[in-house]
Design a protein around this ligand. Structure first.
Ligand code: ZN
Length: 241
């Protein structure tokens, strides 16, 4: 008897719900339309087994159905975290210019810095893997941000490197950051105003003495031609070419 039960559960585990649809339809047809199918004589002595097969396959299909619905509800809940965001002090939101890390591909990269408070009421952690502005690509991997729940006290410091530049020299950049979580779902921030992180000209002057040539065109840079938001020696016209 144990062997039969084991075989039955193995059957349940191995066969998909489609197998049970077959059993349900076949046993139901023989039970309810024995004359039409011309199986009345054959089916009569098997009546008890057919009823059992019909009821069991119906019960198994109902269980499959309930399980599938529960799984889809759970998936939906887990995949769409209701992540809330509040910007930190606007003073910390700045943009600057650096260089992409690929040595052969010298491109200007926009570096955005800001602070953000995150919260959610899920009973699991939201892990933010990537962040970018619409129309840009990440040129630097972002440090992963783990949002435990509703009471993260400190704002997170965000620092992302993006290409291409989406801002003109000396101007504010206004945009929404798109965060991507561990389920590849996107969470969009409110509009953030990034001020230009203008580097003091005394610092540019110092650097021009030790590295006078533009990283892009390799020609000397005069102080007045230096891109004010760039962390490296570069002509304004070469950064925004
Ligand atoms: Zn240049």
């Amino acid at each position: 008897m144990t062997g039969v039960i084991e075989a039955f559960f193995k059957f349940l585990a191995d066969y998909s719900w489609r197998g049970f649809v077959g059993i349900l339809v076949a046993s139901g047809a023989i039970l309810f339309f024995p004359d039409a199918l011309k199986v009345a004589d054959w089916a009569r002595p098997l009546h008890g087994y057919l009823v059992a097969a019909f009821i069991i396959s119906a019960a198994v299909l109902a269980t499959f159905g309930v399980t599938a619905i529960q799984a889809s509800i759970r998936d939906r809940r887990e995949k769409l975290a209701d992540l809330r965001m509040v910007s930190g002090t606007p003073l910390t939101a700045t943009w600057g210019v650096s260089l992409t890390s690929l040595p052969l591909e010298k491109k200007p990269m926009m570096v955005l810095i800001c602070q953000m408070h995150f919260a959610h009421a899920e009973n699991w952690s939201v892990i933010l893997k990537r962040a970018y502005l619409k129309g840009t690509k990440e040129a630097l991997p972002m440090a992963e941000i783990v949002v435990e729940g509703s009471c993260d006290e400190q704002p997170e410091s965000i620092c992302i490197g993006l290409t291409p530049l989406k801002v003109k020299p000396g101007q504010n950049l206004v945009g929404k950051i798109i965060f991507v979580d561990q389920f590849n779902d996107k969470h969009v921030s409110e509009k953030i105003t990034f001020r230009p992180n203008t580097i003091p000209s005394s610092m540019h002057a110092n650097r021009l003495q030790s590295s006078p040539n533009c990283v892009f065109c390799d020609r000397p840079v005069a102080l007045e031609d230096q891109a004010k938001e760039a962390q490296m020696t570069a002509h304004t016209t070469c950064v925004w070419s």
